[in-house]
Structures are given as C-alpha cells and as structure tokens.
Design a protein around this ligand. Structure first.
Ligand code: FPP
Length: 227
C-alpha cells in the first residue's frame, strides 16, 4: 500500500449535543474541533489522503437554520485553518458540487485550495454537497464511451483503504461507493465530537491487523510470499 487513504463519516454531532441539553449546532461546533484534532494526528499515522464527509447532498433537507450554521462553520474553519494547513503541509480540496454552496464559501474554498496547492504532507479532502452516486454518474457521462476501469478510478480519486464511521451507525450513506470497493471498515460507538487523535490511531492499528486479500485466498498469499 503506497498511498494510505482514510475516509471518515463524521456522525453523531446532533445526538452528542442533544444528550447534553445543547442545540444541535453546538454539536457541529464541537465536531469542527474534532476535525482539527484528526487533521493534526493523521500525517503521523502514515495517512496520505484524508477524506471527511462534511455535508451530503441529502443534508440540504435539514432545517434551514442548521444548514446555515453548518455553512458558516465550514467558512470559519477555512478562515481559521488555511494558514495552519500551509504551515503543516496540508493540501486542502473540496469534492462534491459547488454550484449550490453559498458564494462566499466557494470563494474561501478556492482561496484555500490555491494557497495549499503545493502542500504534500497530507491531502485533506472535504466532501461538501456530496453524493457518491451523482459523482459516479457525472464522471461516467463526462468520460463517455472510451471509459475504462482505470480512467474511471483515476477520475474519481484514490481507493479508500480504511473507512471509519462514528456514532455506532454502520452504513455508507452514499459516500465514496466506488472508492470503498475494498475498504476495511471500522465502526465506533464514539460520537464525532468526542473523537480524538488517539481514536484515529486505534482505528489505524485495527486496520493494520486486518488481513486484506482483495478477493484472493490466504494460501495464495502464502504461496506468493514463499515463491
Ligand atoms: C453528522 O452528525 C455530521 C454532519 C452532518 C456534519 C459534519 C460537520 C462537522 C463535523 C463540522 C464542520 C466540519 C468541518 C470540516 C469543519 P449529525 O448531525 O447527523 O448527528 P446525529 O446523527 O446525531 O443527528
């Protein structure tokens, strides 16, 4: 594995907040702090690409107040963190649709992408207004008849090695469906706002303990090793 790609479905912000008698938005705020923690921890765990599910296409159907607060929070994250990303070698990129995001957020995204374009320590991808099915369909239409598995994979981005979902839920929710074809999955009961660098390290440890066979049988691996 020459390019360790970890993807995270950050779930449980609302439940964490409501369990404390706080508004859901307080959960998202605490969730943004957890994002800072994992971005700092990731490069030291050998992670080269980190993709975070920050806002799905389906999230537009949440109450307008919550959607607005999330968009503001994302903008604030970019304002606060772009400098630190440059300093720490983090290349920031958004995946997903941009045409429905607030214009000031798109401007901040483009600035952050431009300023961090040369950073190489970690590639941080934020999935915003993202749907995997839509991305797959759009990519297939764009590539047309000449598409091959290789050109398609290349256009979508790196395969996911490890997929983490917090809050005890165990589903993909339209996230990186193609790229997760052979991903190892770790589901943790932890709510996203309480997720730490240590939790990320534990998930990575668990990943390294897994036997990834990519459809082959174990003895074939053994045969290959002893050949
Ligand atoms: C899921 O929790 C989380 C989201 C829909 C938004 C994720 C956003 C953040 C972590 C904060 C901002 C992100 C960045 C990159 C700065 P939920 O609200 O669905 O929780 P619930 O299932 O308990 O209701």
């Amino acid at each position: 594995m020459d390019h360790f790609h970890v993807a995270i479905i950050m779930d449980g912000n609302g439940r964490w907040a409501q369990g404390r008698g706080l508004p859901r938005v307080a959960g998202h705020r605490a969730g943004a702090t957890a994002v800072r923690r994992v971005v700092e921890a990731a490069p030291n765990l050998g992670i080269k690409t980190l993709t975070l599910y920050a806002f799905s296409e389906d999230n537009w159907s949440r109450p307008a107040r919550e959607v607005t607060a999330l968009m503001k929070l994302l903008g604030r994250y970019l304002v606060d963190e772009t400098g630190r990303c440059i300093k720490n070698g983090v290349r920031l990129e958004a995946i997903g649709r941009r045409d429905r995001l607030p214009a000031p957020l798109v401007t901040l995204l483009e600035q952050a992408e431009r300023k961090t374009a040369r950073c190489r320590r970690l590639h941080l991808r934020l999935a915003l207004d993202y749907s995997s099915r839509r991305t797959i369909l759009d990519t297939a239409l764009r590539l047309g008849n000449s598409v091959t598995e290789e050109t398609f994979s290349e256009a979508l981005g790196p395969d996911v090695d490890l997929l983490i979902r917090t809050s005890g839920e165990q589903r993909l929710s339209d996230f990186l469906l193609w790229e997760c074809a052979y991903a190892e999955m770790v589901f943790t009961p932890r709510m996203w706002p309480t997720f730490t660098g240590e939790d990320l390290a534990q998930a990575v440890d668990e990943f390294h303990r897994r036997d990834r066979r990519f459809g082959r049988v174990a003895c074939e691996d053994d045969a290959r090793r002893t050949a």
